[in-house]
Ligand binder design. Structure first.
Ligand SMILES: Nc1ncnc2c1ncn2[C@@H]1O[C@H](COP(=O)(O)OS(=O)(=O)O)[C@@H](OP(=O)(O)O)[C@H]1O
Length: 600
């Protein structure tokens, strides 16, 4: 995270300012623009209580939840004091889990020592109560504020011959779950040279490549002029830095970049550019047939207008300070300042009718923890029902520890003792809402409006929320208000470690619709990126080797236990696919885990 995505670093002071700024922004944005905050309220307001059995066919996007009404299941009324939300938001939870007396059985992360594997918990305090979820409505696809077209970038660009390939495959969660590994492997294995059998861009067309689907990753060009894949865009949310919470403020042209030649994606294409090339990309790129002016009318005014002679919004000008005088410099003259350009983000541009197989991916791993990202994705992307979310989940303790370790190493984290940092965050969460802290099952049973208010108040989805970003059920509930269960695939990090590259790629391809060509398995470069390390240290290994203390592990286990149980209930109930769960190695891994728990 960040490393690959180039998230600007900032110190804790800046972070605090940004958080305050964001909260003010949320309030003002919701009020002034009828934006996302208000959208949440509107969405919740039309929550009509329609239950949806997991087997029911999903409603089409935009149709709302006003499908056939099933008879509500058993209802356990609960009254929750207004203090739940720390304010006077009306709370009328219709349903509540009966948790009293339920004895937690041994579980995936509970009681089995710090070095547990992750994965589906072995026992579940909410087991048998899944039917309660039948009465939890998911008001998906309900956006009553939807304005008349043109509403999205792609629609506006529909008449242009060249269009950016916007991302449709996301890995929205979670940081430190092996996303770098998965990116390295999939962004390589689904390249058009494998899928279409040709390294020539002119042969990636419908004519040559039929309906096969391949990946053309977004890229960036560093100040030294070299191009690299961009794994994380941080465009719709989840980030922090000098631009605020995310790069959306810079306009969609920041994301799309400038049209660049398709041969950039040919294998072995020259990766480094002369400064004059980058200059040309940043200043002269705007083809006349692209109706950028129109985009300004797009929803939420996310666009900027191109102006003659102005730098492209995807480019950044860097002023390299003059260096101190050195031996051999002409007397009395300091070396001049140098200006360098970098392209922060750019997508491939092509004619979609000629190249229907091109797919883009965004692995920004904080998207799912961010309360507002799902709405932004829903709002901005042309066909939200077609988006695919591959959710990588890991033992929450290990994920939290790895994230903390990384930020200590980056020097963003000031508290160098994991236990202390943990206590601070837990205290903050408790102070934010004591009622839900004491009875986390409310997270499943609160009505949507109350859930959204709690989520927006107590979670930001930013990096460094070590404990909160491991509470995966929160993100799922938020995402599935808009997106359907069949748009998600869960992959447990620990499962990725025990399957072959071929099995992992097949699972990814089956779900995303990308084309898997077994010939990639003979390719040395691809295999070097797809082979998992058996010692549990994959790319971007950050966890400190001495590990977390028994005390810290015990605290975390206690906190995460109900969240894991709720996650299991949720995934089962809505029929969210869990990849590789019937793979013999995964079955054996889980059996080993269970027998270890029983022994303890
Ligand atoms: N294939 C595979 N299987 C299992 N685990 C793996 C794999 N690849 C990476 N890792 C471990 O994942 C951690 C890095 O996660 P990310 O790449 O998602 O980090 S980041 O969010 O992009 O910063 C990091 O965890 P820690 O080692 O605990 O820090 C990696 O070692």
């Amino acid at each position: 995270m960040g490393g690959a995505g180039g998230m600007p670093r900032c110190d804790a002071g800046t972070t605090a300012t940004l958080i305050v700024f964001f909260l003010i922004g949320l309030f003002a944005g919701g009020r002034l623009r009828g934006g996302a905050v208000e959208t949440i309220a509107l969405t919740a307001a039309v929550d009509d209580g329609t239950p949806r059995a997991p087997s029911a066919p999903p409603a089409a996007a935009g149709q709302g939840a006003a499908g056939a009404r099933d008879a509500p299941g058993p209802v356990v009324a609960a009254r929750v004091p207004a203090s739940v939300l720390g304010g006077d938001v009306p709370i009328e939870p219709k349903f509540s889990f009966v948790t009293a007396g339920a004895t937690p059985a041994p579980r995936g992360t509970g009681g089995a020592g710090v070095d547990d594997d992750g994965g589906a918990p072995a026992g579940n305090r909410f087991a048998g109560l899944e039917k309660e979820l039948e009465v939890l409505p998911l008001p998906r696809g309900v956006l009553p504020h939807e304005p008349a077209p043109p509403t999205t970038t792609a629609q506006v660009l529909a008449n242009a011959s060249l269009q950016p390939v916007l991302p449709t495959v996301f890995v929205p969660c979670c940081a430190k779950t092996g996303t770098t590994f998965l990116w390295g492997c999939t962004s390589q294995a689904f390249r058009p040279n494998f899928v279409c059998g040709s390294n020539k861009a002119s042969e990636w067309t419908r004519q040559h490549c039929a309906d096969r689907r391949y990946v053309l990753p977004g890229y960036r060009i560093s100040p030294s002029g070299c191009r690299a894949e961009r794994k994380e865009f941080f465009f719709w949310g989840g980030g922090k830095g000098e631009d605020g919470m995310h790069f959306r403020h810079r306009g969609v042209r920041w994301l799309t970049g400038m049209p660049t030649p398709l041969y950039y994606w040919q294998r072995n294409a020259r990766a480094c550019h002369a400064p004059s090339d980058v200059h040309r990309l940043c200043y002269d790129d705007l083809p006349a047939d692209i109706a950028f002016e129109n985009i300004r009318r797009a929803r939420n005014q996310i666009e900027m207008v191109p102006a003659d002679g102005r730098i492209h919004p995807a480019c950044r000008k860097l002023r390299l300070k003059s260096r101190p005088p050195a031996l051999g410099d002409p007397p009395g003259r300091l070396p001049a300042e140098r200006i360098q350009l970098e392209v922060e983000c750019a997508l491939p541009w092509l004619n979609p009718r000629a190249y229907p197989g091109a797919v883009n991916m965004d692995f920004t791993p904080n998207h799912m923890s961010d309360p507002l990202t799902p709405l932004r994705l829903w709002d901005h992307l042309p066909r939200p029902r077609e988006l695919k979310f591959v959710v990588t989940l890991r033992n929450p303790l290990k994920r939290a520890y790895s994230e903390w370790s990384m930020f200590v190493k980056w020097n963003w984290e000031r508290v160098k003792h994991f236990g202390q940092r943990l206590d601070l965050e837990v205290a903050k969460l408790r102070a934010c809402n004591g009622t839900i802290f004491r009875n986390p099952s409310l997270i499943l049973t609160l009505p949507h409006k109350a859930f959204s208010a709690y989520h927006a108040k107590c979670f930001t989805g930013q990096a460094m929320e070590y404990v909160r970003n491991s509470m995966y059920i929160i993100g799922f509930r938020n995402m599935m208000r808009l997106f359907h269960a069949d748009q998600f695939l869960v992959i447990w990090t620990e499962d990725m470690q025990v399957v072959s590259a071929a099995d992992l790629l097949k699972a990814f391809a089956d779900f995303t619709g990308l084309t898997f060509n077994p010939a990639v398995l003979d390719d040395r470069v691809t295999m070097s990126r797809c082979r998992t390390s058996k010692n549990g240290r994959g790319p971007n290994h950050q966890s400190f080797d001495k590990g977390m203390s028994q005390r810290d592990a015990a605290v975390l286990r206690e906190i995460f236990a109900p969240f894991e149980d709720m996650l299991e209930v949720w995934l089962k109930h809505y029929g969210v696919r869990v990849a590789l769960k019937d793979h013999p190695n995964v079955v054996a891994r889980r059996a080993r885990l269970r027998s270890r728990q029983v022994r303890q």
